[in-house]
Write a protein of this length. Structure first.
Lengths: 237, 418
């Protein structure tokens, strides 16, 4: 916001909003409950959680792969969790980007095709997406000489940046990152965090970043601890 | 994008995909090849004889008579008396007859004693008469007319001299060496057992057996070729004869009259009916062959599914990525199906090419070794049905790995289990 713009009290639509969300598996004596979580557009959240703490379940919930047993998840002000599975898939394609821990790319596709996967499922125009993909890759320090290479030929750090490009190609409301830095060394990690947040900000995308690495917390304004969400007996891994 | 994914995914697993393709191709080549050979063999058999209304021989089963008289397979149990033959051929309803005397051979090829009516009346395929590639019918006692293959295989030309051997084995120890025959004609190829036959006159057959008795030379009794010509060479018996009637309507009447002939126990058969019986017997073998082929095909298809199913585990990451970018579980289902269809289509294509090429390469061998004249083009409308059925079955079987992908997509979600 620049100084000349008049300040308005127009209520912002939150990027994601969770209310009284409860999820449990029929077979496990364990449940995940999230009474309230709101993330305004452009705000980022750090979720601290080790593997085995229900992290994957939370990610599946946020990405709409599974629906909460109780409560509601809203995405961009619209109910997300009450949609049918197929509609949630479509919404995920358009409004949510996902970056995994590692091996984010389909190894046999080219870098460009990997990035274009997200626009394909979001149903975006191919030529426009391609131009944007090339630009996005460039701003993530992935030059045009790389885009036709097979994804498997890239270094881990490069692969993770391609994953960011793919996740942000559709200008999603939400970027879910599941420990994307765990396979990177310290230098790469900081570089990665910077470009990821930079590009997310450019797209007005909220980042939900899950990691057990507390040193990364400093990049985020909000924090949540998985330990407060999971209740009941947790099988030890 | 879907097609690109399927294509590149297959290419990515080209090692296993190639092996799958290979096994599938083999089973498809087998299926189409056997179907084709089956049809062609039937065609080839059926076209061996045409226009003959009855075949008459000593009393025996109709198959036996058909096999030895037309296909040169097996042997006659008894002969037909020359006098009997002479009496029957004067039957008012009978328009022509072809006498057949079998029992000798030349280097594995059967020798057929007959007369020039053979070249005049014998018909094969669709009423085609015999044509000479070179030369003319025999008109002297020691003349011979060779089938196309005999001449080609053994390299005989007009004017060459050949000796006949007693019996029908490829190697014979009792040859009629003293009475060589001169090649006077070579027939054009017919695609029937005729091509493998050495034709001589009945008198020639009689002449070489003058000094023989009970299938062996009579010791101390030698009759030279020239001496033989002085003797009465009217045959005493023939093996069988073919009959053409004035009117087809009379077929059953004449057949009954011959079967009830008092002088000698004879059998008259209708070649078409006998062929039908032959097919009925062979159809069980044919069906068994087809069944085995189908099982091989099923094994090939199941093999493909097994490979796919096994690959599903290593492809979990791929599936999770696709799910993450918004692919519906059905998309993954269709992706697997498409891979299977691509592979099957490719196998069909490769099989078709392989089959045509191998038929083209084997055509001459089949013709010369088995007398089977095979059309190079194995494709008919039925082939298309088969191909469709194969695609359908593979699509059905592909539901197993495809559904696995679908279910995993629902259960595992974004979790990637390594």
């Amino acid at each position: 916001m620049t100084g000349t713009t008049p300040v308005t009290d127009k209520p912002k639509i939150p990027a994601i909003e969770l209310k009284n969300v409860v999820f449990y598996y029929q077979t496990a004596a364990w449940q995940l409950s999230l009474p309230a979580l709101t993330l305004q557009q452009g705000e980022h959240l750090f979720i601290k959680g080790a593997s085995g703490s229900g992290k994957t379940t939370l990610l599946n919930l946020l990405a709409g792969i599974i629906s909460p047993r109780q409560g509601e998840i809203k995405l961009g002000g619209e109910s997300f969790s009450r949609l049918s599975a197929a509609k949630r898939d479509t919404v995920r394609a358009r409004k949510i980007g996902v970056v995994f821990q590692q091996l984010n790319l389909i190894s046999y596709l080219s870098v460009l095709d990997n990035v274009l996967l997200s626009s394909h499922f979001a149903g975006l125009d191919k030529t426009a997406s391609e131009q944007r993909a090339i630009k996005l890759l460039q701003s993530l320090a992935l030059g045009p000489e790389l885009i036709q290479q097979q994804a498997a030929a890239l270094s881990v750090g490069q692969q993770q940046r391609v994953a960011i490009a793919r996740a942000l190609l559709t200008r999603p409301a939400l970027l879910i990152a599941d420990e994307p830095t765990s396979a990177l060394d310290a230098d790469n990690r900081d570089g990665f965090m910077q470009v990821m947040l930079e590009q997310a900000n450019a797209c007005q995308t909220s980042v939900i970043f899950v990691s057990h690495d507390a040193t990364l917390r400093r990049y985020f304004s909000q924090q949540l601890d998985m330990q407060h969400l999971a209740q009941g007996v947790q099988p030890c891994c | 994008m879907l097609l690109k994914l399927a294509r590149q995914s297959l290419w990515n697993r080209r090692g296993t995909a190639l092996l799958t393709l290979f096994s599938l191709t083999i089973s498809l080549v087998l299926l189409f090849g056997i179907e084709h050979l089956r049809k062609e063999a039937r065609q080839s058999f059926t076209s061996t004889i045409s226009g003959t209304d009855l075949i008459v021989g000593a009393r025996s089963g109709q198959l036996n008579l058909l096999l030895y008289s037309v296909f040169r397979i097996g042997n006659a149990t008894a002969n037909v008396n020359w006098a009997t033959y002479q009496r029957i051929r004067k039957h008012p309803q009978i328009s022509w007859t072809i006498p057949l005397a079998l029992g000798d051979s030349h280097r594995g090829y059967r020798v057929l004693g007959t007369n020039t009516d053979y070249f005049k009346y014998y018909r094969y395929a669709n009423d085609q008469s015999l044509k000479f590639r070179e030369g003319q019918p025999f008109n002297k006692v020691y003349d011979t007319v060779l089938g196309a293959e005999v001449a080609a295989k053994l390299g005989y030309k007009l004017g060459d001299q050949i000796t006949l051997a007693h019996g029908v084995g490829a190697v014979s120890f009792s040859e009629h060496k003293d009475k060589p025959f001169t090649v006077t004609g070579i027939l054009a190829p017919t695609g029937t057992p005729l091509d493998q036959t050495v034709h001589v006159s009945l008198e020639g057959i009689e002449a070489i057996h003058l000094d023989w008795q009970q299938g062996a030379p009579v010791p101390g009794r030698k009759i030279s070729a020239e001496q033989a010509l002085q003797q009465d060479l009217t045959p005493k018996a023939i093996t069988a004869f073919m009959v053409g009637l004035e009117s087809r309507m009379a077929t059953f009447v004449v057949q009954r009259q011959i079967n009830e002939f008092r002088g000698e126990a004879l059998s008259a058969i209708l070649p078409g009916v006998a062929l039908a019986e032959l097919w009925q017997m062979l159809s069980m073998v044919e069906n068994l062959l087809l069944l085995i082929t189908l099982l091989v095909l099923v094994a090939g298809l199941v093999g493909m599914m097994t490979t796919l199913l096994a690959s599903m585990k290593e492809r979990q990451r791929e599936m999770a990525i696709l799910r993450a970018v918004g692919a519906h579980p059905w998309y993954l289902f269709v992706l697997i199906q498409l891979e299977v269809l691509l592979l099957t289509l490719l196998a069909l294509l490769v099989a078709a090419v392989t089959l045509v090429v191998s038929l083209w390469a084997l055509q001459d061998r089949l013709a010369s070794s088995y007398g089977l004249f095979i059309n190079i083009n194995p494709f008919t409308l039925q082939t298309l049905y088969w191909a469709g059925a194969v695609l359908l079955v593979s699509a059905l079987l592909a539901c197993i790995p495809a559904f696995t992908a679908y279910r995993r997509a629902l259960n595992d979600g974004l979790a990637i289990r390594l």
